[in-house]
Ligand binder design. Sequence first.
Ligand code: SF4
Length: 347
Amino acid sequence: MSIKVKVGDIFIGGGAPVSVQTMSVIRPKEVKKAVAEARALKSLGCDILRYAVLDEEDARSFSAIKKEVGLPLVADIHYDYKLALLSIEGGADKIRINPGNIGGEKNVRFVAEALKERGIPVRVGANAGSLKKEFEEKYGRTEVALAESALKQVSILEKYGVNNVVVSVKSSDVSLMVKAYEYIAQKTDYPLHLGVTEAGTKLSGTVKNAIGIGSLLLKGIGDTIRVSLSAPIEEEVRAGREILSALGLKKGVKIVACPTCGRCMWDCMKFAEKTEEFTKNIDRDVKIAVMGCAVNGVGEGKDADLGIAGAGNGECVIFRNGRILKKVSEKDAEREFFGEIERCCRI
Ligand code: SF4
């Protein structure tokens, strides 16, 4: 099991629930916008939110955001160690930086002292897209190059007494990413931040991340995840939550919807989407089935806590654990079924 690292008021690793992260396109200095976004993301299931820090004002704005919304915040810094120091001072709960890129060991020592003083963790790692030449020359473009490059970053911090570390080895190539995490999981006890980077648009990116992140989590590898998508930020959080939910790692409503076939009696796909929207913020472990026909759907959905199926003639049946509770008209289906969901989830 990985060691446990504290980020704000949550833990990463050491058996803590796998957390969902995302990264904002808003600058932290746009405090009002950042707060509104952070609140919305938190309600969708985001556990940790990261910001790119590009100037001093960004670095000093973390406390102002945190005062308004209780979400652990990460400062993502490239090259400039002073921005790391200011972000730590400014209230960031975690830093993303690579010690090999901040201008020498003197600067690493400054950052290390600030991290230790405040007890703040740091994420370091390697990205296949920006792999350092020395590792590529030694190991080729392989999982070993990626993992050894990340471990080098870790060792620089350890030299200055920092052991509050999270590690990532990202790639846009799913197979390479999986192999790199498998390799590094053998070599370190630090918690791992999983993700397929530059994964693509909503559909292709979600598929790649679900395969990469999902296959690692199934093997017990990984402690926090970010689904990188070229899509609105909410989609990253939704996808992350869905991956965890599909693996039984997060509480939440699971919707089972049939693919429909020639027996389908109503617009079950549209109703499934509405049900998904209605239940997106419910954090109870409840399984809900939305099926095309009562003939097969009630039986096929019998392991669901609650279900609905088209019954023909403008009617639907609502069922629980395979037993029909009532018949309702399609026009009342939403009100009746969502009412049952509320009762079932006690909300
Ligand atoms: S539940 Fe009915 S409509 Fe849906 S796939 Fe099965 S048989 Fe077809």
